[in-house]
Design a protein around this ligand. Structure first.
Ligand SMILES: [Fe+2]
Ligand SMILES: [Fe+2]
Length: 154
C-alpha cells in the first residue's frame, strides 16, 4: 500500500471528525448571533451553558483522539516533512482547552441579561476564531501531505 492509499482513510476520518465540531461551533454562534424577540434570558443562558459544556467535552475528546492514534500521530510518522508542524499544532490543544474552560466559567458565572449576552457573543467569537484557525491549519497540513504523496504539488 502506498502513502496515498494509507492517507486517504486518514483524510476522510479527519473530515468526519472536524465536521461535527464545526457544526457545534456554528450552533453556538447562531445562539449568540441574535437573542430573538423578548428572550427569556435565564432560559437562553441555560441553553448556552449546556452547549458550551457539550462543546468543551467534545473538544477534549477530539484532541485526545488526534493525539493518540489519530491524525497528528499519523502525520508525524507518515509525513516526516510535516512532523514539526503537526507537533506545533498538537501543542496548541491545552491552550485551546483552557480558553474554552474560561469561556465555560464565564458563561456559568454571569447573571443572565442582555448586556452579558452581548459580552458572551464577543468572547465566543474570539475563542471560536482561535479554534477554527487551528482546525483549518490541520486540514491544510493533511491536505498538503496528501497532495505531496500523490505528487500533486510538484
Ligand atoms: Fe487539533
Ligand atoms: Fe482537529
Amino acid at each position: 500500500m502506498n502513502s496515498a492509499e494509507r492517507l486517504s482513510p486518514l483524510l476522510e476520518s479527519v473530515r468526519s471528525e472536524h465536521r461535527p465540531l464545526q457544526e457545534m461551533v456554528r450552533g453556538m454562534g447562531d445562539l449568540l448571533a441574535s437573542p430573538g424577540p423578548n428572550p427569556a434570558w435565564h432560559v437562553l443562558f441555560d441553553q448556552l451553558k449546556t452547549c458550551v459544556a457539550d462543546l468543551r467535552e467534545h473538544l477534549a475528546a477530539h484532541f485526545a483522539r488526534e493525539e493518540s492514534g489519530g491524525f497528528l500521530e499519523h502525520a508525524t510518522t507518515e509525513l516526516p516533512r510535516l512532523a514539526s508542524e503537526a507537533t506545533a499544532l498538537e501543542k496548541e490543544h491545552p491552550d485551546l482547552l483552557r480558553e474554552f474552560d474560561k469561556f465555560l466559567e464565564l458563561t456559568s458565572s454571569i447573571e443572565p441579561s442582555e448586556a452579558e449576552y452581548h459580552r458572551l457573543a464577543i468572547e465566543f467569537r474570539r475563542v471560536a476564531k482561535l479554534l477554527l484557525t487551528h482546525e483549518v491549519a490541520e486540514n491544510r497540513l493533511l491536505q498538503q501531505g496528501f497532495n505531496e504523496d500523490l505528487g500533486l504539488d510538484d
